[in-house]
Design a protein around this ligand. Structure first.
Ligand code: HEC
Ligand code: HEC
Length: 290
């Protein structure tokens, strides 16, 4: 009885003491923690958290991109006229990185005119990490969802309509640089607009969103996601039907076609001029000399 009293006394003393509170708090934390891990969705530990991804992206960035784009993506100022290592990436968004790295343009091998398309250097996971890191520097366009650019779900009829709308959009906005059938063409100062044949829908969407290099950007405000998808459907239809333009003159490109138009067009005009001249002189003559 005396012993019991003493233990009870000790317990209540402990309960009231500052340590007891701490013990109860710790116990509560342990229990709720284990309950949480038991019931939280399994993907929580199989997927890297957002901050892990940004950290991984930063590491890759420091190793492969910072030489040209700066330690914090702030860009490297122009060293001399016409020679820039790399522009600031603050605010270019995840879409720009996914496009540039996904099409192999970045990392650029050496500073130059224009980074060419080449097989990508980074895996999908690494590209996503780089994109997450750059997106963390400032708000910019996100990587589009597959439902935005995929034309797989369209019915035959919807696809036909999308192709004709997309063709119109392409004609007014893109042919100036990319040519009528998307074959590409030269740009001022030694640049070029590449051929659009075989470019994946996702990269077409991202190119429109971010406007790489000398290409203007077509934000979703300018060209809605549906209109972008229409353009993708149109470009896709050129793939199915490479001779879409009908008469390609051997597919030698704008030069041969231009030459052809020149010969035929100017030839025709000269012919018409000669014909008109000969007829007017004859009528004048006939008036003067009855
Ligand atoms: C040798 C220098 C160099 C390296 C290395 C390099 N870049 Fe670039 N980057 C450039 C230049 C120059 C441009 C602009 C010219 C162009 O787009 O062709 C550019 C453009 C970009 C753009 C487009 C910006 C915009 O306004 O849309 C992104 C995004 C980008 N780089 C990301 C990267 C990433 C990510 C890496 C590393 C994996 C990288 N770059 C490595 C030089 C470099
Ligand atoms: C002022 C000229 C210009 C106009 C207008 C233009 N582009 Fe571009 N486009 C370019 C240039 C230049 C590049 C190459 C950028 C680079 O190399 O970094 C390009 C690149 C692209 C790419 C990337 C191709 C690849 O090889 O990965 C796509 C897709 C594209 N353009 C689609 C379009 C579409 C669709 C339109 C119309 C809505 C359009 N462009 C309008 C100049 C233009």
């Amino acid at each position: 009885m005396r012993l019991l009293n003493r233990t009870a006394g000790r317990l209540s003393r402990h309960r009231r003491g500052p340590l007891a509170g701490l013990v109860v708090l710790l116990l509560g934390l342990v229990i709720s923690g284990s309950l949480y891990t038991a019931f939280s969705p399994a993907q929580a530990d199989s997927q890297p958290s957002e901050t892990d991804q940004v950290a991984q992206g930063k590491e890759l960035f420091l190793a492969s991109c910072s030489f040209c784009h700066g330690q914090n993506g702030e860009g490297v100022p122009t060293v001399r006229e016409g020679y820039q290592l790399g522009p600031s990436l603050v605010g270019v968004g995840a879409a720009a990185v996914d496009f540039q790295v996904g099409t192999g343009r970045m990392p650029m091998v050496q500073p130059g005119q224009q980074a060419p398309r080449k097989p990508p250097v980074f895996s999908d996971e690494e590209t996503a990490a780089l994109a997450a890191y750059v997106a963390s520097l400032g708000p910019g366009p996100a990587i589009p969802n597959e439902s935005d650019y995929s034309i797989e779900g369209l019915s035959e009829e919807e696809r036909e309509e999308a192709i004709s709308r997309g063709g119109q959009i392409f004609l007014t906005n893109c042919t100036a640089c990319h040519n009528f059938n998307g074959a590409g063409g030269a740009m001022p100062r030694g640049g070029y607009a590449p051929s659009l044949h075989g470019v994946e829908g996702k990269y077409i969407f991202e190119a429109l969103l971010t406007g790489p290099q000398q290409m203007p950007n077509f934000s979703n405000g300018n060209l809605s996601p549906e209109e972008k998808r229409d353009v993708i459907a149109y470009l896709d239809s050129l793939e199915d039907n490479a001779e879409y333009a009908g008469f390609t003159l051997g597919g030698l490109g704008p030069v041969s076609e231009g030459l052809f138009a020149w010969l035929l067009g100017i030839g025709g005009l000269v012919g018409a001029a000669v014909w008109i001249a000969s007829h007017t002189t004859r009528t004048k003559k006939s008036k003067v000399n009855p």
